[in-house]
Write a protein that binds this ligand. Structure first.
Ligand code: C2O
Ligand code: CU
Ligand code: CU
Length: 527
């Protein structure tokens, strides 16, 4: 049953009065429960699961499920120590094939959940990964051919935390505890029905924003430093994150300490950050000077979603109505059909780039807190991009009789073609240009982390966040596996294709708007 507008009204993320649901925090079991996988292999499945999303109602969704020592985990948070081996026996209990992709990790491609390694319904697969990655918040999600968007949206995604020496020092310096003061925020927007079931239906526009699967959440905090590991696990929506006091517009300062691939060298103070699908940002919020009773809110600030692809057909800018219908639009692209934007905009729609709230923080306790932020968080290896070869890449859109098509270097994805061939150990600069008549695309590569060298042609609404003479933003200072490229912008990244995995390695490079991924994807071969 479709959600009634009364139900939606109680979940509408633009109304702060709705933020009455306690944020789900990962504990030792249950939803997002932490499963230490450093010392023993784990077993997990993908299956149908029921979870309380709307208060008092059991919703059906798809989830990863694990059991160990009498405990049950739903979308477990796998925790591993660097230098160990992660080994997981996966059973596919879905009605269709799937794979498990370990997003952001250095892996042998056979362990990457590549669509070439499908796990049929009823079958099992052993994923074993040497943990060589920097300490950070990675994640895992399905990646079967053509079904990544719907399976991920239906609930399949979990966190994968790598711990290393830098992480240990930070945790100690700030006296952090995962699930209490070190809190993952997995942000996803979904269409729900009246029972809270996740509905992946093209054309339905009611949007509920969930954090750790809690709609309109709040969290009780005390006067100390909090760490938030924010993961944008949405299929398509970008967030412009900022904190304010409730009822005020002035942005509160916070610190970015890490990105997709781990901690930065030093904390960086900011007042806002864009986070596109699949990106992570690791944040510290200092509440030591707050008073009991004060309320803070994490929100997404309004921005221009820059859907300039329409200018191609329409020969002009988008008007408001078109913006409002954009999400609808992308859902249709999945089916290959393209709707004209003439339907009526209901009050329950939440357009891309609109303003809304994400999480209310309520200061309820005073703490004597003596933690302090270390000046140095990690050592980042020097960037030596000299001698690297440059690979120019263009992303763009075309319209043909099948509707809109997103392209990389003028082509859509072909499963059996390998346009990008790289020598093992090669150092390359990828120069990714997004066409003017395009929209923002979060570009992602499998198997490697890269460093952003430069941004050129950054739009005004982002350019005010630039921190150096290379046009970089704060998250560009760290290791990344996904980067948002705005229309008209060029992002240059440096990537070192050294690794110890034997034989030919087949990875992929694609847009992480999951509805784009089937077309906007290129096979990458490391030889
Ligand atoms: Cu999280 Cu191929 O992506
Ligand atoms: Cu990936
Ligand atoms: Cu895209």
């Amino acid at each position: 049953m479709e959600m009634t507008s009364a139900t939606y009204a109680s979940l509408d993320p633009t109304n702060l009065d709705n933020f009455k649901n306690p944020l789900h925090l990962p504990g030792d079991d249950g939803l997002m429960g932490v499963l230490d996988a450093s010392d023993a292999p784990v077993r997990f499945t993908a299956q149908k699961e029921s979870v309380e999303i709307l208060p008092g109602k059991r919703a059906h969704l798809l989830a990863y499920h694990a059991e160990r020592h009498g405990k049950t985990y739903v979308n477990p948070t796998f925790k591993v120590r660097k230098g160990k081996e992660f080994s997981a026996e996966f059973a596919n209990n879905l009605d269709e094939e799937t794979t498990v992709h370990w997003h952001g990790l250095h892996v042998d491609w056979r362990m990457d959940g590549h669509p070439f390694q499908p796990v049929p319904s009823g079958a099992t697969y052993r994923y074993s990964l040497p943990v060589q990655d920097r300490g950070s918040t990675y994640w895992y999600h399905p990646h079967p051919h053509g079904r990544t968007a719907i399976q991920t949206y239906s609930g399949l995604s979990g966190l994968y935390l790598v711990e290393d020496e830098d992480e240990r020092k930070l945790t100690e310096a700030l006296d952090l505890r995962f699930g209490e003061t070190d809190i993952p925020l997995l942000i996803q927007d979904k269409v729900l029905d009246e029972s809270g079931n996740v509905v992946y239906v093209p054309g339905v526009m009611q949007k509920v924003i969930l954090i750790n699967l809690t709609p309109s959440p709040y969290l009780e905090v005390s006067t100390r430093i909090y760490r938030f590991r924010v993961l944008n696990g949405s299929n398509a929506r970008t967030y412009r994150l900022a904190f304010t006091m409730v009822g005020e517009d002035e942005l509160l300062p916070f610190q970015i300490i890490g990105t997709d691939g781990g901690l930065l060298e030093r904390p960086q103070e900011v007042s806002e950050v864009f986070l596109s699908p699949a990106e992570r940002v690791d944040v510290l919020l200092d509440l030591t000077n707050f008073e009991v009773g004060e309320e803070i809110v994490l929100r997404s600030l309004p921005f221009d979603p820059m859907h300039h692809e329409h200018e191609m057909k329409m020969g002009g800018g988008m008007d408001h109505m078109e913006h409002m219908n954009h999400m609808d639009h992308m859902e249709h692209m999945q089916t290959g059909r393209h709707h004209h934007m003439d339907h009526h905009v209901s009050p329950t729609q939440l357009s891309d780039g609109s303003a809304f709230y994400l999480l209310k923080l309520v200061a309820t306790g005073k703490t004597d807190y003596s933690g302090s932020v270390p000046e140095t968080l990690s050592r980042m290896p020097q960037l030596h991009s000299g001698g690297a070869t440059t690979r120019p890449i263009t992303v763009s859109m075309t319209t043909d009789d099948r509707g809109m098509q997103w392209l990389i270097n003028g082509k859509t994805h072909e499963m059996d073609e390998f346009p990008f061939v790289v020598q093992r150990g090669a150092k390359e600069i990828w120069e990714i240009h997004n066409d003017e008549k395009s929209m923002p695309h979060p570009m992602h590569i499998h198997g490697f982390q890269f460093r952003v060298l430069e941004r050129i042609g950054t739009p005004e609404q982002v350019a005010h966040l630039v921190v150096d003479d290379k046009g970089r933003l704060v998250p560009d200072l760290g290791f990344k596996d996904t980067v948002l490229v705005w229309p008209g912008e060029t992002v240059k990244w440096f990537i070192d294709f050294s690794h110890g995995f034997e034989g030919e390695q087949l990875y992929m490079f694609h847009c992480h708007i999951l509805e784009h991924e089937t077309a906007m994807m290129v096979n990458l071969k490391v030889v």
